[in-house]
Design a protein around this ligand. Structure first.
Ligand SMILES: [Zn+2]
Length: 197
């Protein structure tokens, strides 16, 4: 009898997920996708304000993947790599580029959270900034600035859902990743040409 292969967990109804590590100028990033799109994209856990380093000579590329799949890589991963390369290395084309597909698996369909994430991803493009209050208004209710702030803390998809572009009404930066990565937020906005306090 042959050894039964360990079954891979299916994390959403579109099919099995795979987890990848990408090399990027702002350090390694963990990426999880299903056949439909991205579930999450985050700088690896060890990166915070004390360990954050930038190396702009790095082209974004695939470093490793959890399940080998005979070398097969989901299309949304390839789209993500291309998107990130444009984000870091081609500021002329970055504002108009089409974002990779997202599978909004971390929130309920039609929820307020999904609305906030979608509006950010679709409307707040490269070098644009909004305040928590403005984003609340864009989501249809000016009184939800605090709730908007809460949903941003849970953002699973760094950069593509650009919560770093949401700042305080006063022009102050506000926190990134619960305050662990404020330097990253500042660097990203500077990279996009936004002057911040
Ligand atoms: Zn999915």
């Amino acid at each position: 009898m042959s050894t039964a292969r360990r079954k891979r967990p299916i994390a959403c109804h579109h099919g099995p997920t795979n987890t990848y590590v990408l090399r990027t100028p702002i350090g390694d990033m963990d990426l999880e996708t299903c056949p439909k799109g991205i579930h999450s994209l985050q700088q690896v856990q060890e990166i915070d304000d004390s360990t954050f380093k930038v190396d702009m000579s790095i082209e974004v590329s695939l470093k490793s993947q959890l399940y080998q799949d005979n070398g097969y890589v989901y299309k949304s991963v390839l789209m993500c790599i291309q998107w990130l390369n444009t984000y870091f290395h081609n500021k002329t084309e970055a504002p108009a580029q089409t974002r990779p597909n997202i599978c909004f698996v971390h929130t309920k369909k039609g929820s307020f959270t999904e609305k906030v994430w979608r509006i950010l991803a679709d409307e707040i493009s490269f070098a644009r900034i909004v305040s928590y209050g403005q984003l609340a208004t864009m989501c249809g209710n000016v009184n939800t600035a605090r709730a908007v702030g809460h949903t941003l803390k849970m953002n699973p998809i760094q950069l593509i859902i650009p919560c770093h572009r949401v700042i305080r009404q006063t022009g102050q930066l506000g926190e990134y990743c619960g305050g662990r990565r404020n330097l990253v937020k500042k660097w990203l906005l500077n990279h996009e040409g936004v002057a911040v306090l």
